[in-house]
Design a protein around this ligand. Structure first.
Ligand SMILES: [Zn+2]
Length: 267
């Protein structure tokens, strides 16, 4: 299969500033998703918020609405942006998820026909959450019964990280657990003319500078990430591996995370 184009979509502008304060955290955060055009169909990497959230914001918990202040407007949903790019949403054959926090899977219901590729440990966490995980997973977002494809088999080496083939050699899941039990990065081969790879690191880090050398992070974001991680030490160890990969493969692998506006605005 060949990737012919990759579009970067922001499927959920949020703002932590009202609660954390502007000096401690950035004013604007995004939900960075990818729409991958391949000859075999369209692939979406994460969905951000969807029409179910726009129509019924109350399906998000009051605390997350207060903390994240998501905009929840139709034009930011993946389904609206897929249409605006001239595609039929029914042509999205596959969705690949970094993880199943509500700000990544809100749009699943807008693509009911798609096969949803997710790491098995994450699907298990979302469908059988422990007490402290319950607020992050919202069952209504997959109440339509997606065609799940849980992935778990240990895979090949990809630039020093373990990889699991999601669709084919062009779209890979890289287990980067810590933020959640089965959190993954998603590597997507860029179209032929552009060369190299994109690595969507999901919520492995929130501040774009964390993947750089020397790393830096807004203090409010550092605290937020620590609070949100199911395994803080594992997250830090995986972030370290992403940072090493980035410095070893600058020019070949373009690494970005889900929520940093600075990363999104580069594309
Ligand atoms: Zn997130």
């Amino acid at each position: 299969m060949t990737v012919t184009a990759v579009h970067h979509l922001n499927c959920g502008t949020m703002s932590l500033v009202a609660t954390i304060g502007e000096r401690l955290a950035p004013r604007r955060i995004v939900a960075h998703c990818l729409l991958v055009e391949r000859d075999a169909g369209l692939v979406l990497v994460d969905t951000g918020f969807g029409m179910g959230d726009v129509r019924n914001p109350k399906r998000l918990t009051p605390s997350s609405r207060m903390l994240l202040r998501p905009r929840l407007v139709e034009e930011e949903t993946a389904v609206a942006q897929v249409r605006a790019l001239g595609h039929d949403p029914a042509d999205v054959t596959d969705v690949v998820l970094t993880h199943m926090d509500f700000d990544h899977v809100g749009g699943l219901g807008d693509f009911p026909q798609a096969t949803v590729h997710v790491y098995a440990a994450e699907l298990d966490a979302a469908t059988h959450p422990r007490l402290r995980e319950r607020a992050r997973y919202i069952e209504a977002m997959w109440a339509h019964g997606p065609r799940w494809r849980p992935l778990s088999e240990a895979g090949d080496d990809w630039n020093g990280l373990t990889s699991v083939t999601a669709l084919d050699d062009d779209v890979l899941l890289l287990p980067l657990h810590g933020h959640t039990r089965g959190h993954c990065g998603v590597a997507v081969r860029r179209p032929a003319g552009e060369g190299g790879w994109l690595l969507h690191a999901g919520d492995c880090y929130f501040d774009a500078r964390e993947a750089h050398e020397p790393p830096a992070c807004a203090p409010g974001l550092a605290l937020f990430q620590r609070m949100m991680a199911t395994d803080h030490r594992k997250r830090i160890a995986n972030l370290e591996r992403v940072r090493e990969l980035r410095s070893a493969h600058t020019g070949d692998v373009d690494v970005f995370c889900a929520h940093a506006a600075a990363d999104f605005d580069r594309f």
